[in-house]
Every structure is written in structure tokens, then in C-alpha cells.
Design a protein around this ligand. Sequence first.
Ligand code: 5GP
Ligand code: ZN
Length: 113
Amino acid sequence: MSDCLFCKIIAGEIPSTKVYEDDLVLAFRDIAPQAPTHVLVVPKAHIADCDAVTAENSSLVAHIFQVIPAIAKAEGLTNGYRVVSNCGPDAGQTVQHLHFHILGGRPLTLEMA
Ligand code: 5GP
Ligand code: ZN
């Protein structure tokens, strides 16, 4: 998707601070961190949001949830962390490329995005 911000980050057209990468996913630091650790994990293939997850592409989501614990461990989140995916306007989704926020490094309130 040529007009997608995260596709541009994946392509290296927009710089990011990478924390993990493999053939299928990229993880990088959120530009506006909401917690001491705030990492975004995205599939390299463009999937718009949770609504666009299908039987055909859900293995990518499973893979993301396989790498999340390794990222959390590498980030030193030994006391827990939160995984969030916003879908649609009511959730406040601002980038239309499926992404999972990893938040941690302090106790999180229920209101935390
Ligand atoms: P959403 O609100 O869609 O769930 O999350 C989008 C996230 O992307 C936000 O937390 C926002 O701070 C982050 N973000 C927006 N633009 C950029 C950018 O250019 N680089 C990085 N690293 N993060 C971004
Ligand atoms: Zn995209």
C-alpha cells in the first residue's frame, strides 16, 4: 500500500527505531510512547486492522503473538506488559495497518491506550 505509513516504515522509506525483525514482522518504537516501553509490532504484509484478519492471513497474527513474548523479554518487561490493537474509530485507530502495541515498564491503568 503506497499511501500507508507503516508500509513506508517497513519499506525503509520512513525511519524507525527497530527492535525486532524477521521475514514476516517488524517491531519498532512508537514515536509518541505512552509508557516507558512502547513498541509497535506489525505484519510486513498490509492488513488494515483486526476486521481484515481472515483464515488466509491469521497465521501472521499467530506469528506476531509468538514473537511478542521474546520482544517483551528483550525489553526487560519482567513484571508484565499489555498488548493492545485498536480497530476502527471508536477505538481511536489512527494508522490503518494492523499493529499491536506492547506497553510496559510501569503499572498500567485500565484507561491506558
Ligand atoms: P493507533 O492509534 O492506530 O492504535 O496507533 C498508531 C500508533 O502509531 C500511535 O501510537 C502513534 O504514536 C504511532 N505512530 C504514528 N506515526 C508514527 C511514525 O511515523 N513512527 C512511529 N514509530 N510511530 C508512529
Ligand atoms: Zn500498510
